[in-house]
Design a protein around this ligand. Structure first.
Ligand SMILES: Cc1cc2nc3c(=O)[nH]c(=O)nc-3n(C[C@H](O)[C@H](O)[C@H](O)COP(=O)(O)OP(=O)(O)OC[C@H]3O[C@@H](n4cnc5c(N)ncnc54)[C@H](O)[C@@H]3O)c2cc1C
Length: 456
């Protein structure tokens, strides 16, 4: 085996999280040598692919499944992506401006929407309340054939939709354009990471061995498997949750339309999104169902799956407590039915009709080849299903597990990791430059390209 030169940082995984870190380290940290391993022949073939996720930049303003605290966090994180897209001239190529709204159906939801509007308007002063007359003009399909009253809160013209694969490609290009030594290793699967006696790491791939002073694993569900192979994260297991989508035969909506969340359910209610891979045709979803797979459309590695599920009495307790709740039980059953050919559409349409009441079963097609796997983490000690990202950080060794909204949060996670890596390696992180280019702007409104030029 060839032992390659020593890299400052090795990144495992070329999804949006891994490439965001590559960009952040190359552009804002005093690292010299970076290497990224991706087991497929391109970046973002799994969850960061626009066919796998909902393409939403989660700002927290229309996501009624987010608490105020979570909204504060995603607002900041999403502004980093919006700022990148604007400052690096990627509007209408990677990030797209669309109208968006949270739709309330029926008096009870309208009341809850108004309360949410009052609570959240300090955080999102641009939010507007839209009544039925306004909605009928904006999006006629929302009102056609509807008997119940509706209301929405939303905004127009912000970046709402992101092609996270194109974003990953842009991150890689920006990293390659720096004067750092950046090596991209495609078609190279990392099989082992070991800590050496000198404190550095050996990264073994299917063909070679590499040395690095620090390692960040952004490999989706596999991050936990790597952590556990090195003796960390034994307190976690993975519950792989699949998400599927349905297309309408023609474009029915111009805006992203989210619906009010049933607070008892762990996953976001379905929404309707204009799809950037299908000429903005309307896509409904995602569903949420447990699936014994780590990758939606690739062969199953049974050994990996068994390790990830990590089933023992603690994990079983979490499953049992989910099943005990009748609302969650019904929700699980409904989501399983939605995956069954023919029956699926009949079940799914009940939720989709909440958004477009005139929708018919024959208007929907199952989005074949679309959908992804959310690596939801179970905390075995707390007997809890965790809904956000989980990080295992051991100074110069970091593992990230990134279910939704991990793509939105990718630059924020990357900034934290880059700073930790700099601290561990005794290197400088150029905070001022990062702030001017990525952090300062809020809500993605301004576009001060000239501000970037001031920074050396
Ligand atoms: C149905 C669904 C809808 C979603 N909608 C949204 C949304 O609208 N907005 C949002 O912000 N987020 C959304 N998410 C979440 C989002 O897709 C993920 O958080 C994000 O893509 C995770 O990025 P990642 O880079 O961590 O993982 P991935 O994109 O999964 O990338 C991991 C990479 O690691 C590589 N890899 C794995 N093992 C190895 C190895 N051993 N060696 C080398 N390479 C390896 C893989 O090939 C892959 O490229 C959604 C997810 C799903 C499933």
């Amino acid at each position: 085996m060839i032992i390659n030169k020593l890299f400052d940082t090795a990144i495992v995984g070329g999804g949006v999280a891994g490439t965001a870190l590559l960009f952040t380290l190359a552009r804002y940290a005093d690292v010299e040598n970076l290497i990224l391993f991706e087991k497929y022949d391109e970046v973002s073939q799994l969850n960061s692919n626009p066919k796998a996720n909902s393409q939403t930049l989660h700002v927290g303003d229309i996501e009624s499944n987010y608490s105020y605290e979570k909204a504060v966090h995603v607002k900041k994180a999403s502004s980093m992506i919006a700022n990148y897209i604007q400052n690096f001239n990627e509007v209408d190529k990677i990030g797209f401006r669309k109208d968006k709204m949270l739709l309330a159906v029926g008096e009870e939801e309208i009341q809850a929407l108004k309360e949410r509007y009052n609570e959240f308007k300090m955080l999102y002063p641009y939010l507007e309340l839209w009544d039925e007359v306004t909605l009928a003009k904006m999006e006629p399909k929302l009102t056609e054939g509807r008997t119940e009253p509706i209301m929405a809160m939303g905004t127009k013209g912000q970046i709402t939709t992101v092609d996270y694969k194109k974003l990953s490609e842009s991150f890689v290009q920006q990293a390659l354009d720096t004067n750092k030594n950046v090596q991209m290793r495609y078609n190279e699967e990392v099989t082992k990471i070991e800590k050496n006696s000198d404190g550095y790491y050996t990264i073994t791939t299917d063909t070679t061995e590499f040395q690095a002073k620090s390692v960040v694993v952004n490999a989706g569900a596999y991050s936990l498997l790597f952590a556990q192979s090195m003796g960390y994260g034994k307190e976690y297991a993975i519950l792989p949750i699949g998400g599927s989508f349905f297309f309408t035969k023609e474009k029915l909506l111009e805006s992203k339309v989210y619906t009010m969340q049933n607070p008892k359910l762990p996953f976001a209610a379905i929404h309707a999104d204009p799809d950037c891979t299908q000429e903005w045709n309307t896509r409904f979803g995602p569903t949420a169902f447990a699936l014994p797979k780590l990758e939606r459309y690739h062969a199953l590695h049974l050994k990996d799956l068994i390790s990830a599920l990590n089933i023992d009495s603690d994990v079983t307790k979490v499953y049992m407590s989910l099943f005990k709740d009748p609302t969650i039980r019904r929700y699980i059953l409904k989501n399983v039915l939605e995956e069954i050919p023919l029956v699926g559409k009949e079940v799914f349409i009940r939720d989709a009709k909440k958004i477009i009441p005139s929708l018919k079963v024959q208007d929907l097609t199952f989005a074949q080849g679309y959908g992804g796997m959310r690596p939801q983490i179970i905390d075995k000690q707390k007997h809890q299903l965790m809904l956000g990202e989980v990080k295992i950080s051991k100074s110069s060794l970091i593992f990230n597990m990134t279910p939704s909204p991990g793509a939105t949060n990718s630059l924020s996670i990357a900034r934290d990791d880059a700073k930790d890596i700099c601290t561990a390696l005794g290197l400088r992180f150029h905070e001022a430059k990062h702030q001017k280019e990525i952090q300062i702007l809020d809500e993605g409104i301004a576009s001060p390209l000239d501000r970037m030029k001031e920074v050396v």
